[in-house]
Design a protein around this ligand. Structure first.
Ligand code: ACM
Ligand code: ZN
Length: 693
């Protein structure tokens, strides 16, 4: 924030009272706002909103109807005034009312607001700007007491046009009331895109007239808990005892999008293809390669029936949502049925497609053309780059930022949502004190630290960066209150990255503002993560560990995976232990057993060999069945020094750490450690350090 003090006397309200309390805490201040406004000029004095319910506003200018309707619907206590002279808030909406010089980016969401001791004046080019000025005002008012606001002049506009939050209503259906409640919180922090993940294996969530089985069968399952259902992933009729699920009717969608429109939120529907489609293929198995339910997870791109289905569904969806976008998913297709499917093989031959990636790209291209023929554009997860990107597709980059950068460089629009910063389903604090999560570790500070325009990106490339989004996948999030707990306060950081200008980050300042705003949300009935009780990262990861093997050479009898190398060949003896997530580049991963030999340089007494393994069951990360230790003087002949067995029960939960420690009495130069991975399918191993003493 560019904070300009126009007058020395204006500093007065910021002075301390004799008792040491801060008078600014009594008055709502623009300095506590999230996202931070572009320019704040502090002025002399305080404005006090009348307490007797007579606070009123008057709107002059264009297109005020929606704003009036919003104010009538919302608990602001503001009432319309008959004429400007009677109003304490004057809102002027006029195209081109603002001088562009001081503003960043597009100005249709920009506003100027002047708070003087006797009036609040808002000027904006369009309704969105006036709406955001009111959101700033609401945060200031709720942040102060007795309607007192510090006088100031605010000039504000967003850095990015896309500032989104994602809602996975497939894994657990959420009511329309829940979505609307979240829209109010989104609006308060100037988030303007709601991405609805409406379809996935766990349930289809939108009424489609042409395909009634989608909501008769594919929207319901016999288990509430994801972990129960994923062991027996079947669907049931709504009428079945214990059926769990739900869907939005067309009327529900109409309500959702009109509630969103009044809050300047665009609702973007996602219809997943070709993967994550088990629920459709259970209801309409003829759209799969095998033609049988419960066999394939991907649509068959070889069959014309697939395209007929997708186009009919998309036609109904596009009619329901006014957004110019449809998200078509595109992530994590297994493509496993395609190679042996005669229809897919014929399609590949006819279209000259080299491999299954190109077959996926064929499907995405066709769908993009279809959506384009209806005057809309597609967004897809970054896997849509595989096999060639469709010409007008926007890429949503989640597997890091490389996909997004590649797309930007080829002139495609991009929305950044890299999982290591923007995945709000990752735990936000120490796993031992948090609800079960899929894994990962994304504390508020991590999300806040994200800068979407990476070094080396040109201005022209960056012009394709539409903005950022926070994603909340809901496999482990059954309850609405749990979902809110995961969104806030991290959604505040997404909002600030999306709106406020780039520059030096001040996490402590942001955290203080986030604490204040979370308090406001709590008072409004939202559940939020409590930053005051944050534990922080794993203590072991915060200082190097000293031991006999530190800096010693490691030979890999089985190599680590290139996806999780940590610091590479020296990682297991670099003295650096990992944090709460295997993704923090301190944990080394093995998609196999692990087998390494450490050379201590000379024969030395050894009385301890230990390694900590991580368990994150939601990500197939498991502690090993056993760790065997061998020692040798010459690196050729090894003798067993001992074996440590996995000895803990399943009830440990999803995310935990287990130290495998061998106390021995050996003398040797070489220590070989072999860890056998768990028997669970796809199990992998993560180790941070081999400690030898
Ligand atoms: C994703 O997280 N599979 C987009
Ligand atoms: Zn097929």
């Amino acid at each position: 924030m560019k904070r300009i003090l126009t007058c020395i006397a204006a500093a007065l309200p910021l002075a301390m009272y004799a008792d040491g309390t801060d008078p600014a805490a009594e008055t709502g201040s623009p300095e506590n706002i999230i996202p931070e406004p572009l320019i704040v000029e502090m002025q002399e004095g305080v404005f006090t909103l009348p307490e007797d319910g007579t606070a009123s506003y008057y709107i002059e200018g264009d297109a005020a109807e929606a704003l009036e309707e919003y104010l009538a619907q919302t608990d602001t206590g503001l009432r319309p005034a008959g004429k400007p002279a009677e109003a304490c808030i004057l809102i002027e909406i006029r195209g081109k009312a603002l001088k562009k010089a001081a503003l960043q980016g597009k100005t249709d969401e920009a506003y100027r607001m002047e708070i003087t001791p006797d009036k609040i004046k808002i000027r904006a080019e369009g309704e969105a700007g006036a709406f955001y000025a009111l959101q700033t005002l609401m945060q200031m008012t709720r942040g102060g007491k007795a309607g007192q606001l510090e006088c100031c002049r605010i000039t504000d506009s967003p850095r990015f046009s896309y500032r989104g939050l994602h809602f996975d209503v497939s894994r657990h259906f959420r009511s329309k009331e829940f979505l609307m409640k979240q829209m109010d919180a989104m609006a308060l922090v100037k988030l303007n895109k709601m991405h609805l993940h409406l379809t996935d294996g766990a349930g289809w969530r939108i009424e489609i007239d042409g395909y009634p089985e989608l909501t008769r069968l594919a929207a319901w399952r016999p288990y509430e808990k994801w972990t129960d259902w994923s062991g027996d992933p079947v669907y049931c009729l709504q009428s079945a005892p214990g059926a769990y699920g739900g869907y939005y009717t067309k009327d529900d969608i109409r309500e959702i999008v009109s509630y969103a429109a009044l809050r300047h939120i665009e609702v973007i529907p996602e219809i997943e293809m070709p993967g994550h489609s088990e629920e459709v293929l259970a209801a309409y198995p003829e759209l799969s390669c095998s033609g049988e339910p419960y066999r394939n997870s991907d649509f068959c791109p070889g069959k014309e029936a697939t395209f007929t289905f997708l186009e009919n569904v998309l036609d109904e969806v596009m009619e329901m949502f006014p957004s110019g976008y449809v998200h078509i998913g595109g992530d994590e297709a297994s493509k496993s049925g395609w190679k042996d499917c005669p229809d897919c093989r014929r399609r590949m031959q006819e279209e000259g497609l080299e491999d299954v990636d190109e077959l996926q790209s064929y499907l995405i291209h066709r769908i993009e053309e279809f959506v384009g023929s209806r005057g809309k554009k597609i967004i897809g997860w970054d896997e849509i780059l595989q096999g060639g990107l469709a010409p007008n597709a926007t890429v949503m980059s989640w597997r890091g930022t490389e996909g997004g950068i590649k797309a930007m460089k080829s002139g495609h629009d991009v929305i950044m949502t890299p999982s290591e910063y923007c995945y709000l389903d990752y735990t936000q604090d120490a796993p031992f004190k948090e609800p079960t999560s899929i894994g990962g570790y994304v504390p508020l500070a991590k999300t806040y630290s994200y800068e979407p325009v990476e070094q080396g990106i040109t201005e022209e490339e960056a012009s394709h960066l539409l903005g950022v989004q926070g994603n909340l996948w809901a496999e482990y999030i059954t309850q609405d209150s749990h979902a809110e707990y995961m969104y806030y306060p991290r959604a505040f950081a997404i909002a600030e990255i999306g709106w406020s200008k780039a520059g030096e980050k001040d996490y402590e300042g942001f955290r203080t503002r986030a604490l204040g705003l979370a308090g406001q949300l709590n008072a409004m009935g939202y559940k939020t993560f409590d930053l005051r009780t944050e534990y922080g990262d794993r203590k072991e990861s915060q200082a190097p560990v000293e031991h006999l093997a530190k800096g010693c050479k490691v030979t890999y009898n089985i190599r680590y995976t290139d996806q999780y190398p940590a610091s590479g060949d020296g990682a297991l003896t670099d003295g650096i232990c990992g944090g709460w997530t295997y993704g923090d580049k301190k944990w080394q991963g093995f998609f196999s057993d692990a087998d390494v030999t450490v050379d201590l340089g000379s024969v030395k007494p050894i009385h301890y060999v230990g390694a900590t393994f991580m368990n994150a069951a939601g990500a197939w990360v498991h502690i090993p069945q056993k760790m065997e230790v061998y020692v040798s003087d010459d690196g050729v002949d090894f003798r067993p020094a001992g074996t440590v067995w996995q000895d803990i029960s399943e009830k440990h939960g999803f995310i935990f750490f287990k130290q495998y420690s061998l106390v021995c009495n050996e003398k040797a130069r070489y220590v070989r450690v072999y860890a056998r991975r768990a028997t669970k399918p796809g199990a992998c191993l993560f180790i941070d350090e081999l400690v030898i003493n």
